[in-house]
Design a protein around this ligand. Structure first.
Ligand SMILES: *Cc1c(COP(=O)(O)O)cnc(C)c1O
Length: 358
């Protein structure tokens, strides 16, 4: 159970639906390492097709999915070109250096997107003193940029740069489904420009556990080896894959609403959250900047001396869970387990905190 009646802290807080619980109980399973697990195999096949790649692997977390790709595409001493505020660098516990012995070359994104000309200029020359540039990573949607959709044209331009230099591209597609829904395009419009892609099943799509990592047959073969090395190859994991299959579904009936079908409502709620926040004294959060299910709200120190952390605490005391992303930014994430009552709670909490005398 979430500690907050209205939990905007993350889209990871969703609970499995009753239909997911039942599917988990009834899943046909096997030892995935020894013999293969049929439900995992079904999820991996469905996931690969959905992502437009030859094969996909089911892994415990998005971090592991990204780190398997980094392991496949790099050798110790290589350099990876990343957006400066990406998840891979900021929130994966230093795995890039610790697990792979590679270094990062960071570029500031433009609304989360890398500038293809800047990427081209950052590729190291073939020179004995320089590291080898091996990989470009992109994040879809870009979390620190506020859930921005990285445009398909940008990915196509990055692909051209990568091909000129013989580089690979990995997409951290934790929230790729949001990009597809927000731009009304199939996910394959984005994934066809990259060599590998990860997808979180346990964020807004609503599975309790798991991510996919997808790419070519050769990629998957090496990633399977590394999945074992990293301790991520599970046994009767069909119980988890059964729930994840429903997360990938777009079914909508009284028993279950598939994860994809819930995204438009989450995006609409994010708009409403931004509209409610923007214009309060010292809060800046233009709804037109919100593209998907992430809402970043700037908190001005003048009106809010305790900054975002104090405001997050105050909201929490009123039953509204939010995260402070640093001293001056509040992060609200919308998801399938929030509805209009969450907005009412936020409204009441803001009124109580910001205009206590009225
Ligand atoms: C959540 C997230 C991940 C993966 O996180 P895990 O907690 O390891 O599943 C990767 N990238 C982005 C952008 C994310 O938001």
């Amino acid at each position: 159970m979430s500690p907050f009646p209205a939990d905007f802290r993350s889209d990871t807080v969703t609970a499995p639906t009753p239909a997911m619980r039942r599917a988990m109980a009834e899943a046909v399973v096997g030892d995935d390492v020894l013999d293969g697990d049929p439900t995992v195999a079904e999820l991996e096949a469905r996931g690969a097709e959905w992502l437009g790649k030859e094969r996909a692997l089911f892994v415990p977390s998005g971090t592991m999915a990204n780190q398997l790709a980094l392991g496949v595409w790099t050798r110790p001493g290589d350099e990876v070109i990343c957006e400066a505020h990406c998840h891979i660098l900021s929130y994966e516990s230093g795995a890039l250096g610790a697990l792979h012995g590679v270094q990062s070359r960071t570029l500031e994104g433009h609304r989360g997107a890398l500038d293809p000309d800047e990427v081209r200029a950052a590729i190291r020359p073939d020179f004995v003193h320089c590291p080898d540039t091996a990989l470009i990573t992109v994040e879809q949607t870009h979390m620190s940029a506020g859930g921005r959709v990285v445009p398909e044209a940008n990915l196509a331009a990055l692909r051209a740069v990568a091909d000129e230099a013989g580089l690979r591209i990995h997409m951290d597609g934790a929230r790729l489904a949001h990009a597809a829904v927000a731009s009304a395009r199939p996910v394959t419009d984005f994934t066809r420009h990259v060599d590998s892609v990860s997808l979180c099943l346990s964020k807004a799509l609503g599975a309790p556990v798991g991510s996919l990592i997808a790419g070519s047959e050769d990629f998957a073969e090496r990633a399977t080896f590394l999945r074992k090395r990293f301790g991520g190859w599970m046994r009767q994991s069909g119980v988890l894959a059964a729930a994840a299959l429903l997360a990938l579904d777009d079914r909508e009936d009284e028993e279950h609403v598939g994860g994809l079908a819930t995204l438009p409502a989450a995006h609409a709620l994010a708009q409403q959250v931004a509209a409610r926040l923007d214009g309060e004294p010292g809060l800046i959060c233009p709804p037109e900047e919100v593209e998907t299910n992430l809402v970043l709200c700037a908190v001005a120190a003048e009106e809010h001396p305790g900054g975002a952390p104090a405001l997050a605490d105050a909201l929490g005391a009123h039953g509204v869970g939010v995260m402070a992303l640093g001293p001056d930014t509040l992060r609200f994430v919308t998801h399938r387990d929030l509805d209009g009552t969450a907005l009412d709670r936020l409204d009441a909490a803001l009124t109580a905190i910001l205009s206590p005398s009225t």
